[in-house]
Ligand binder design. Structure first.
Ligand code: CA
Length: 417
């Protein structure tokens, strides 16, 4: 049965990032997303370079073997281009990108994947994730050491074990082949979607009959609804019978960072690499905000991540138990003793702009507060260093009243220096 595809790509910078480091491509036979990483301008340059090189593989091949070869070759060449770019521009060291794409060959879809972007297939009302994240937390999930729910909120969930970039000349790329059936809806996305929009919401849109373009825009819209902490990119490819007339026969479409041209300028003998789009200097000077990073596979890091998971769970449950104990004891009259105990504790924070010793504990339980200003000092928070101000705002725990007084003395000394 002759088939064809109807695709659409959408990308949004999200609500907390200053640049879009994702790229998406929706072409004729080829569809992909690439999520760049690296500080400053590195991430968007990486995903744009890789995208523009790999998009050259958007062509028909004679055989499926040839199609696989051409896709693989394009990916490895993109990887080489990233390394070469870093050689010329050492300030871009550490830049890299994920790549999750598919090349249609007749009635088959060739999947190529590296990193933590994802590909999903909605078929017969069911949605399946068909790629595996190349992350440390996913590895721990596969080993049964942590649960998928823990992985989803793990602080190191963005540490990747495999990427395209300047780390390996021969990165390992997952390749798979699927049959393409009329009615299939494929979705490729960056983790700004999969890590943010709950599966249920995503699946409802993917299994619905809304048109391709609308589905992609709806998904990006959901990511924004859920706060969009990261760039979000979605490519949807619907497989339809070739005889079906579709309204849109779109041309190849780049979205995100790859929608800009990468230009290498020669300026006073030193090459300057920049994206051919106006960027403010401020934007380039910003500290990296993307936690995504590459780390070579190691037992050590796996164990570290595992122990962090355990610590987080223990810490959380200890705090929950403590809060409930306090509430329960408050209700049974033992509360007085608990409250008395809290009043033997001290910490230093600010009160109406002055450094202040508080008696009690910072934690509060609904309307109940367990601390009060004990001594408001003459030290104005505004006269301290930014670092000290930050400490004071977050509050400094003291072992005792004497200890709290010592902290005040140290602040006074620092002021006089
Ligand atoms: Ca991302």
């Amino acid at each position: 049965m002759a088939i064809k595809t109807v695709g659409y790509a959408a990308s949004d910078i999200g609500k907390h990032r200053s640049s879009n480091q994702d790229s998406g491509y929706c072409g004729y036979q080829l569809f992909f997303v690439a999520d760049g990483m690296g500080g400053h301008a590195g991430g968007d340059i990486a995903s744009a370079i890789a995208s523009q090189r790999i998009a050259l593989a958007d062509a028909k091949s004679e055989t499926v073997e040839e199609a696989i070869e051409s896709l693989k070759r394009a990916i490895l060449e993109a990887n080489q281009m990233l390394s070469a770019t870093v050689v010329d521009h050492p300030e871009l060291e550490g830049m890299g990108t994920t790549f999750s794409g598919m090349l249609r060959h007749g009635n088959q879809m060739i999947i190529a994947h590296i990193g933590d972007s994802r590909i999903y297939l909605a078929r017969d009302g069911e949605v399946k994730q068909i790629t595996n994240d190349h992350t440390f937390v996913q590895k721990l999930v596969d080993m049964g050491r942590i649960t998928p729910a823990e992985a989803l909120v793990h602080p190191r969930r963005s540490v990747l074990m495999r990427v395209l970039g300047d780390v390996s000349a021969d990165p390992e790329i997952d390749i798979a082949i699927y049959d393409a059936m009329p009615g299939d809806r494929w979705m490729l996305c960056s983790d700004g979607l999969s890590g943010v929009v709950p599966d249920g919401v995503m699946n409802r849109i993917l299994t619905s009959k809304v048109p391709t373009e609308e589905a992609a825009e709806l998904l990006v819209g959901e990511a924004l609804e859920f706060g969009a902490p990261d760039n979000v990119t979605v490519v949807i490819t619907d497989v339809v019978r070739s005889a079906v007339q579709t309204e849109i026969e779109p041309a190849a479409l780049f979205v995100g960072s790859a929608a800009n041209e990468v230009v290498i300028e020669e300026r006073k003998g030193s090459k300057i690499l920049r994206l051919f789009s106006p960027r403010s200097l401020l934007d380039l000077l910003q500290t990296p905000e993307d936690p995504t990073q590459y780390a070579p596979e190691s037992e050590e890091l796996l164990n570290k991540i595992l122990s962090e998971t355990r610590r987080k769970i223990r810490f959380k449950s200890a705090r929950i138990i403590a809060s409930w104990l306090l509430l329960a004891s408050a209700l049974t009259g033992i509360g007085y003793i608990a409250y008395e105990y809290t009043q033997t504790r001290y910490y230093v924070s600010s009160f109406e702009g002055n450094v202040t010793i508080y008696q009690g504990i910072r934690e509060s339980l609904g309307p109940f507060k367990f601390s009060k200003p004990y001594f408001v000092s003459e030290i104005e928070v505004g006269t301290l260093s930014v670092f000290q101000q930050d400490l004071i705002e977050r509050s400094i725990s003291a072992e005792s009243l004497e200890d709290a007084e010592r902290i005040l003395d140290q602040l006074r000394e620092a002021q006089n220096e």
